[in-house]
Design a binder for this molecule. Structure first.
Ligand SMILES: NC(=O)c1ccc[n+]([C@@H]2O[C@H](COP(=O)([O-])OP(=O)(O)OC[C@H]3O[C@@H](n4cnc5c(N)ncnc54)[C@H](OP(=O)(O)O)[C@@H]3O)[C@@H](O)[C@H]2O)c1
Length: 191
């Protein structure tokens, strides 16, 4: 059974992704792209898994938690009680996450795995043997940020096209953005 991590992130020109526990920008269509990619499945009986660090989870306004129509995985060293949230699981390590994703019963429930940040979560996912693709929105403007996307090791990835993402440069509120899709050159991944 193959586990594949799809990473999805949006960064501005200085590679920033966050500020004060929030996104530095409000771009509705870009957010719609995130929702579309992480939610859509081919098999309507299945959902996708989204993996978030505890800080990113905390950043989601209560009314939007859990991310709807997706199975939410939250990574934390703390003992989190997420029992009030539907389809939401807490994990204390990547090993626990991978074990759950490989569990044959659980495998029937999900289609794709989306790694949704933040910083260290992206870094660990890209360093892992399960790293498959990175869907990176480049926001073509500088924002003040305190959280950054990790350094991209270009030697290990190649740019590909995926017709599911908005094609070419998009613009909203006078801000241009474009989705880049990168694939790990070492796929297929053997477990
Ligand atoms: N632009 C984007 O695409 C995007 C995407 C996501 C987030 N963001 C922004 O980024 C910021 C949050 O990201 P962040 O990097 O500060 O934090 P984060 O990655 O969301 O969360 C960090 C926390 O995750 C837990 N964690 C990480 N690795 C772990 C491991 N191996 N084992 C167990 N727990 C682990 C720890 O939680 P505990 O402290 O509970 O142990 C750690 O403090 C916010 O501003 C958010 O809005 C932006």
């Amino acid at each position: 059974m193959v586990v594949k991590f799809n990473l999805i992130a949006a960064c501005c020109e200085n590679m920033g992704i966050g500020k004060n526990g929030d996104l530095p920008w409000r771009l509705k269509n870009e957010m719609a792209h995130f929702t579309n990619m992480t939610t859509k499945t081919q098999d309507k009986c299945k959902k996708n898994v989204v993996i978030l660090g505890r800080t990113s989870w905390d950043c989601i306004p209560e009314k939007y938690k859990p991310l709807v129509d997706r199975i939410n995985f939250v990574l934390s060293t703390k003992k989190l009680d997420l029992s009030q949230y539907k389809d939401t699981y807490a994990f204390s390590s990547w090993d626990e996450i991978v074990n759950k994703l490989k569990d044959s019963e659980f495998r029937q429930r999900y289609e794709d795995v989306w790694v949704c940040g933040g910083s260290k979560i992206y870094e660990d996912a890209m360093d892992s043997k399960y790293f498959y693709r990175l869907y990176l929105t480049r926001i073509k403007k500088d924002f003040e940020c305190d959280t950054f996307f990790p350094k991209l090791v270009i030697d290990n990835i190649q740019r590909i096209s995926d017709l599911r993402v908005p094609q070419g440069v998009q613009e909203e509120k006078g801000i241009k953005w474009e989705v880049e899709v990168w694939e790990n050159t070492k796929v297929p991944i053997l477990n």
